[in-house]
Design a protein around this ligand. Structure first.
Ligand code: TYM
Length: 339
């Protein structure tokens, strides 16, 4: 029987701090499932998007440290670096090279419509740099270089995937088939985990109130405290409903960590108050994150191993990336050297 061709999965995370429960439930958990449980269907490429993170001013030593830490988190999820390509974006120069080319196939108007650009320029009015503006084009390059079929991300990246598809279709329309047009892979559950303090806002590591987010390195007692102080409502009934943003969010978190449906959760806490519910959510999150935290700590004590994996990941990624870049450059008409 002919073996079915595996589909390509690519995603990335910025090394801008310790990842949150939002990163974990919205992205990492699915990355792990696609890389491990569905390894017969997918070839996975996961990157630490360090080039992206300099759109905000970072101390060089912090950038270096955070990049290695984020790389360790990816391996700590249980993603096997031998069977998958786990790499650091700046180690593969083709990302920046293709991004330049794609800049010339992206309209100023469409880049201006990106909500993340608008949000970030409002947050950092002192540093609205061109990199921040062309950020989605670099992200398109990340994806298109690997001819990715699927891009598992949280809901906040949807618009960036739409522009990636538009850029790919435009380029293919001019030069013929060059890039695979990727599909977003946004899992219904966990796609948008909200702040524990303001459940109308996305959970984010840049939140000025640390009680709003849980990081993958928070101690068990800190996790429990943050869940216990999560904003809810005065109804004291666990069910999904309009105006119950806090409870909706905690139910989402609980469901992602336990696999239970919303109906099952409502039944489980029938007649019980929010105190019991929050304790159960806290315990579920602690149990979910514990193995990642332990493996992360183990990996961080072996930096030589991490650097070896990063070097091998870069070499594998570059093999694929250079093929696509060469193809795109040839189509555009750059003079090729015979070598
Ligand atoms: P980043 O680093 O902000 O986040 C990494 C992943 O985590 C998801 N995420 C969330 N999901 C659910 N709820 C939340 N509160 C939450 N917060 C974050 C994000 O959707 C993302 O999937 N631009 C990207 C990084 C990137 C990339 C790429 C992604 C660079 N190149 C190519 C995919 C493909 C970013 O800033 O993600």
């Amino acid at each position: 029987m002919e073996q079915e061709k595996k589909q390509i999965v690519l995603s990335a995370v910025q090394p801008t701090g310790t990842p949150t429960l939002g990163n974990y439930l919205g992205a990492f958990k699915n990355w792990k499932i696609m890389a491990n449980d569905m390894a017969d269907k997918y070839d996975c490429f996961y990157a630490v998007a360090d080039l992206h993170s300099i759109t905000v001013r970072l101390n060089p030593a912090d950038l270096r440290r955070q990049t290695l830490e984020m790389y360790a988190f990816l391996l700590a999820l249980g993603i096997d670096p031998e069977k998958n390509v786990v790499f650091i974006q700046s180690h593969v120069p083709q990302h920046a090279q293709l991004a330049w080319i794609l800049n010339c196939y992206t309209q100023f108007g469409e880049a201006s419509r990106m909500t993340q650009f608008k949000d970030k320029s409002e947050k950092h009015p002192e540093n609205v740099n061109v990199g921040l503006f062309s950020y989605p084009v670099l992200m398109a390059a990340d994806i298109l270089l690997y001819q990715a079929d699927f891009v598992p991300v949280g809901d906040d990246q949807k618009q960036h995937l739409e522009i990636t598809r538009d850029i790919a279709e435009r380029f293919n329309g001019i030069y013929g088939d060059t890039f695979k047009v990727p599909a977003p892979f946004i899992h219904k559950s966990g796609a948008r985990i909200m702040s524990l303090q303001d459940p109308t806002k996305k959970m984010s590591k840049s939140d000025t109130n640390p009680k709003g987010f849980i990081t993958l390195l928070d101690d068990d007692s800190v996790i429990m405290k943050k869940i216990k102080s999560a904003v809810t409502d005065s109804e004291a009934k666990v069910y999904r409903g309009e105006g119950k943003d806090g409870i909706n969010n905690l139910m989402e978190i609980y469901s992602c960590c336990t696999g239970k449906s919303f109906d099952d959760i409502t039944a489980e806490f029938e007649g019980k108050g929010y105190g019991d519910f929050k304790t159960a959510v806290g315990e579920a999150v602690i149990a979910e994150l514990r193995p990642v935290k332990e493996e992360y700590n183990r990996l961080m004590s072996d930096k030589a191993y991490l650097m070896k994996c990063a070097a091998e990941g870069a070499e594998k990624a570059e093999y694929f990336a250079s093929r696509t870049l060469r193809k795109a450059m040839k189509k555009v008409g750059f003079l090729q050297l015979d070598r």
